[in-house]
Design a protein around this ligand. Structure first.
Ligand code: PMP
Length: 351
């Protein structure tokens, strides 16, 4: 990236190479970050965020799980996301707000007031490349998702992605595009960075939100679009062998969008190729961005308008991302620019 790319860091836009953090940052050692991945699409009406308010709500909910006080309001985070896209003159982007415990000592117990916030905007096309059209070859991972009451899967926290890395690295070593993980109960969970959907006997099925999954915003959108299209849908715990019974399988997420799966561990899915329900959902989803699908939910917002407050469809999802407003002013002064900090009193590790 060149220095003409701007990053929003703790309230200011900075050239790419200046947006740095100290090596003692807590998040670097202990995974104490929460983040989002959002997309801006180039639509006939100009650049539009997809479900910005819902992403911001989830960011605040994730921060609450780990007791991280973001120190900005949701409105300010929305504005930062819009600012960074505008400042970089982008029509389409992958936007990454990240909130992390910064440089304040190496104790596991973090300092409450040392929280950094940054927003990056990058060009990012199809996450799985050609697979969007042709289907991805995936495997079932030998790694399980984290057990309940260990690493909370509803929170989109940096540390959770160590598990995702094990799954994705193993998949790549085996020549697969992605790995599908089972939960600790041996039932289907999700991909390294995507939620999982199957079509079984004409019904769209996805594991429940209690299956160690991130409660995906694309997942929620797919469920809403399936409702519009009259596709029967159910959330159900699924055994691994459902992958072999499925007529269609796809993965979905902000980066992966809707990526069909054409084989699992070398076995073709259904009749091979991309199935009709997956295709219909892809058409409806991508139609939101080229005007073919009416945005009935207020999911798309421009760079100058307030983010939509569209309610999540799944009530459990709504609960997980319900707005959590932090003490808005508390850390404002402290976070103005914390890139360069004084050395903490003690650098002794307690890990
Ligand atoms: N599961 C995991 C583990 C993910 O990282 C993602 C991507 N954020 C998803 C599911 C899909 O979530 P979303 O649709 O909100 O991007």
């Amino acid at each position: 990236m060149s220095d003409s790319t701007l990053i929003w860091q703790n309230g200011t836009l900075k050239p790419w190479h200046e947006a740095t953090v100290h090596v003692s940052a807590h998040a670097l050692h202990y995974g104490s970050s929460v983040f989002e991945g959002e997309r801006v699409y180039a639509t006939p009406d100009g650049p539009r965020f997809f479900r910005l308010a819902d992403h911001t709500r989830r960011l605040f909910a994730s921060a609450r799980v780990y007791g991280i006080d973001i120190g900005y309001t949701p409105q300010q985070i929305d504005d930062a996301c819009r600012d960074v896209v505008r400042a970089n003159g982008m029509d389409a982007a992958y936007v990454r707000p990240v909130v992390f415990r910064g440089a304040g000592g190496l104790g596991i117990l973090p300092k409450d007031d040392v929280v950094d916030v940054a927003v990056l905007a990058l060009p990012w096309g199809s996450y799985h490349g050609d697979a969007r059209e042709q289907g991805a070859d995936v495997c079932v991972s030998s790694w399980n998702r984290a057990a309940p009451n260990t690493f909370p899967s509803w929170a989109k926290a940096g540390g959770n992605y160590l598990n995702s890395q094990l799954i994705a690295l193993e998949a790549r070593r085996g020549g697969y595009a992605e790995g599908i993980a089972l939960g600790c109960d041996g039932l289907l969970s999700e991909g390294a960075g995507e939620n999982l959907f199957l079509v079984l006997n004409g019904e769209l099925v996805t594991p429940p939100t209690s299956a160690g999954v991130l409660v995906g915003i694309t997942r929620d959108s797919v469920i809403a679009l399936a409702g519009e299209l009259g596709i029967p849908f159910v959330e159900r715990a699924l055994p691994r062998e459902a992958l072999l019974y499925a007529d269609e399988i796809f993965l979905c997420g902000t980066a992966a969008e809707i990526t069909p799966v054409r084989s699992v561990d070398g076995a073709p899915v259904g009749r091979g190729g991309v199935g009709p329900i997956t295709r219909a959902l892809q058409d409806a989803f991508f139609g939101l961005f080229d005007g073919r699908t009416e945005d009935r939910w207020g999911w798309l917002t421009g760079l100058d308008e307030p983010a939509s407050t569209s309610a999540a469809r799944d009530p459990r999802h709504a609960a997980s991302i319900s707005a959590v407003i932090p003490d808005r002013e508390k850390h404002k002064a402290a976070i103005r620019d914390r890139t360069v900090r004084e050395a903490p009193d003690s650098m002794e590790a307690s890990a």
